[in-house]
Every structure is written in C-alpha cells, then in structure tokens.
Ligand binder design. Structure first.
Ligand SMILES: Cc1cc2nc3c(=O)[nH]c(=O)nc-3n(C[C@H](O)[C@H](O)[C@H](O)COP(=O)(O)O)c2cc1C
Length: 262
C-alpha cells in the first residue's frame, strides 16, 4: 500500500512525527496541509492516507478541519491519524476527525495520540531539559509502534476520555475565542525586527509595521511566532514572560517555513 501523510506543525512535534512515520513506511510521501490551503479540492491518489497534527484546545485545529473538508477520499482504502499533544487523556481530536471522515462515507481506521511537549506555554511551562529528552524518547517509541500498526493496516483508536465536553470546548475556542487571539500578543524592546515571526506564521497573519510585528485578524494561536523568535521578544498574555521557548530539537525553523509552500 502506498501512503500520503498530510501534516500540520507549528513547533515541530507533528513534523517530526510525520517525518519519522514516513521514514518507517514504504512508499510514503509527505505533504503539508498549509501548502494546500488555497486549493478548492485535494484529491488523494494513494491507497492509504495519514493525518498528523497538533491538538489545539482538546481537539482539532481549525486549519485541519478546513483541510479535511476539502479532501476527495474516493480512492482511500485505509486511513490513520496521529494527534500530537502535551497530555493525551482529555481530547476529542480523533472523534472529531472520524466524524468529519464519516461525512464523506469513510471512517478513521486507526488513530493515536502522541504525547510530546506542550507548546501552550500560556498554560504550563516547558519542563526541564532532562524531562523533555525523556518524553521525546518515549514519543519516538510510540511512533515506532504506530508505524507497525499502520504497516499491518490494523484498526483501532486510542481512547479519548471526556471527548464530548472536550469537543464542546474546542468548538467554543474556534468559534468564540480564537478571533481575540491577536489582542494577547505583545512585543518587547528586545525585538530586532528580524522578520522571523512574519516568515514562520503559517497563515501569513503577521506583518512588520514600523519594524515591529503586528498580528492581523486570522491568527490560529499556534504560537510558532513566539517559540521561534530568536530574541524571545514575543509574549502571549501575562504568563509567558520568563518561560522557556520550545520547538522539537530535530526540527529547524526553515522546515516550518518551507512547509508553507511544499
Ligand atoms: C493553542 C494551543 C492549544 C493547545 N491545546 C492543547 C490541548 O488541549 N491538549 C494538549 O495536550 N496539548 C495542547 N497543546 C499543545 C500541542 O498540542 C502540542 O505541543 C503539539 O505537539 C504541538 O505540535 P506542533 O509542534 O507540531 O505544533 C496546545 C497548543 C497550542 C498552541
């Protein structure tokens, strides 16, 4: 069976997961969801398809929902998903994805959560380096197990506790709160106007004005700008000041930037 893995990643966890799975499966190509943002329809021409993306607010990021809605899945015989996250227990991403696929008369054959490091530092700080390493090693083992399941085209999903309230929170965030995200960003005087934030924003929502970033209205709150800022000049709300920044150690900013176009 040949595969296409569609991925979305802001801070590299999902890109690392997609690359690693792609490397372990034969006949697998990777494609970025963001690079296909402008397409009206995406026709999948492989027998198998995979989706790899972060968990945002207990469920699917809006960009993933939009992407799934425009897929033509007619040829697909097997599908899987890996939702990367900080903590896997309270989640609705796999339920949501399955429901979207069912609208197209398909279903999610295999679904997994991959616990990595949470990029949502407005809520919790990045753990000490040793813990980060351990957790990412554990995640790599899980990715290997996922690859084995996919190779055998097995069926089954990781459980999602409290998926109904999680789905409601995710919907509330997407529909009512996300539009306010730009108001939460601030920039300190240490900003050197390098434009990294402008380049890395997956939806080109940032523009330098008077040499400082300005966030326009279609922010996804992915926090790529904050984590990749080389001078740590970007804050989101009141709790990110002084907190360590994070991106997956095996993913560099240029890969995230490249994923916007290919
Ligand atoms: C806006 C936002 C919301 C998040 N919400 C959750 C969540 O509900 N549960 C969770 O476990 N992790 C959450 N996270 C953490 C990410 O899911 C996790 O760090 C993911 O692996 C990031 O993937 P990426 O590096 O490919 O962007 C959130 C991160 C962001 C930016």
């Amino acid at each position: 069976m040949n595969f296409t893995i569609y991925y979305y990643s802001a801070t590299g966890n999902s890109l690392h997961t997609a690359k690693s799975l792609g490397g372990q499966l034969e006949n697998c190509r990777l494609s970025s969801m963001i690079s296909l943002r402008g397409a009206d329809e995406v026709v999948i021409d492989t027998d198998g398809v995979g989706f790899v993306f972060p968990t945002h607010y207990f469920g699917l990021p809006p960009l993933v929902i939009k992407f799934i809605k425009k897929l033509n899945l007619e040829k697909i015989k097997y599908s899987f998903a890996a939702a990367t996250c900080g903590s896997r227990y309270i989640n609705s991403a796999l339920h949501q994805l399955d429901a979207l696929l069912r609208q197209k008369n398909k279903s999610l054959d295999a679904g997994f959560h991959v616990e990595m490091i949470s990029s949502y530092i407005p809520l919790s700080a990045i753990p000490p380096a040793e813990k980060v390493t351990k957790r990412l090693e554990k995640a790599d083992l899980k990715i290997q197990r996922i690859a084995e399941v996919i190779k055998k085209q097995q069926i089954g999903r990781d459980s999602e506790y409290l998926w109904l309230p999680s789905r409601a929170i995710n919907k509330y965030w997407r529909e009512k709160r996300l539009s306010q995200a730009p108001e939460n960003f601030s920039v300190s005087d240490s900003c050197i106007s390098c434009g990294c934030c402008e380049k890395i924003c997956p939806v080109d929502n940032i523009q330098l004005e008077h040499k400082k970033p300005q966030w326009r209205s279609h922010c996804l709150e992915c926090l790529a700008c904050l984590h990749f800022c080389p001078t740590q000049s970007i804050e989101f709300g009141r709790r990110t000041a002084g907190r360590k920044r994070y991106h997956h150690p095996r993913v560099v900013s240029s890969e995230i930037i490249q994923s916007k176009t290919r």
